[in-house]
Write a protein that binds this ligand. Structure first.
Ligand code: ADP
Ligand code: MG
Length: 260
């Protein structure tokens, strides 16, 4: 491998290991009417009817790979990403990322874990009143002048990398939607994460610029050795990734790695 920063992998050789992970939700907060989701739950947890959003998913992700999680709306893509990102806890199963067993972390350790992961969403969630450069370094503490100089240097380097070397001083509102998403990606890379999770990053963009965003993600893998998991319902996006895992009703229905 040619990673500039080698990523310590799990013993299995994977960077992410998802083992028999299940996540359910109450069918409806008021428990009235059928939920919008897939099949009602088979093995009911604690009485009320529950939706099984992620159903016994097992998946290992190789270091420095780009995997698309695809499948129709409601198939569990976003839930799976939130589980891996430590934003939610599964009902059952184990998730390990790098050397960290995410599902065993105490609540007080989760914020620190999340800070080491890059997150990108469908909406760029940039702060309109900050410059592009300040948006990229928004998570960085800047207590001293030296801090501010160092974070500005890194932010500029990342803006170069995502193809926006001249946008540093602009407000996000001046940029096209695809360029704002590039800024959001630069922001996600700021902490040099070994893992990048992107939930429908091209969902608000046309197919063509959406494709350019995926090309950028592939460059991130090549340049930084980052492992990437992208949720998308767009087959055109999925096909550009190293591997495509299709979910249906919370289960893995297809995995291109199984065909290789
Ligand atoms: P996708 O991203 O593939 O569209 P989701 O992971 O958002 O799918 O949702 C999977 C299923 O879980 C859906 O039935 C959805 O309604 C349900 N679900 C997701 N999040 C919640 C939540 N916070 N509360 C209740 N149900 C949820
Ligand atoms: Mg979703």
């Amino acid at each position: 491998m040619t990673d500039p920063q080698p990523i310590p992998a799990l013993q299995s050789g994977a960077l992410v290991s998802i083992a028999e992970v299940t996540k359910t939700y109450p069918a409806c907060p008021g428990d009235s009417g059928p939920g919008p989701g897939p099949s009602p739950d088979p093995g009911s947890v604690g009485g009320g009817r529950r939706i099984v959003a992620v159903d016994r998913v097992a998946l290992d992700l190789a270091p420095a790979s780009v995997t698309a999680v695809t499948g129709p709306s409601g198939s569990g893509k976003s839930t799976l990403l939130r589980l891996v990102g430590g934003l939610e806890r599964p009902d059952a199963g184990v998730i390990a990322v790098d050397t960290e067993q995410v599902t065993a972390l105490p609540p007080r350790a989760l914020p620190g874990y999340r800070r080491r992961i890059g997150l990108v969403f469908e909406r760029d969630l940039l702060i309109p009143d900050l410059s592009v450069l300040d948006n990229v370094r928004v998570a960085a503490p800047a207590r001293t002048r030296a801090d501010r100089a160092a974070t500005a240097d890194l932010a500029r380097e990342l803006l170069d990398f995502v193809g926006l070397p001249h946008a540093a001083g602009a407000r996000p509102g001046r940029l096209a939607p695809a360029d704002r998403q590039r800024v959001a990606i630069a922001r996600a890379l700021f902490g040099r994460p070994g893992l990048l999770l992107a939930d429908e990053p091209t969902g608000a963009l046309g197919s063509e610029v959406g494709g350019e965003i995926v090309d950028l993600v592939v460059r991130i893998r090549d340049e930084y050795g980052t492992t990437v998991l992208i949720a998308t319902h767009d087959p055109e996006i999925a096909i550009r990734c190293d591997r495509v895992v299709r979910l249906r009703d919370g289960r893995v229905a297809d995995d291109s790695a199984a065909l290789a």
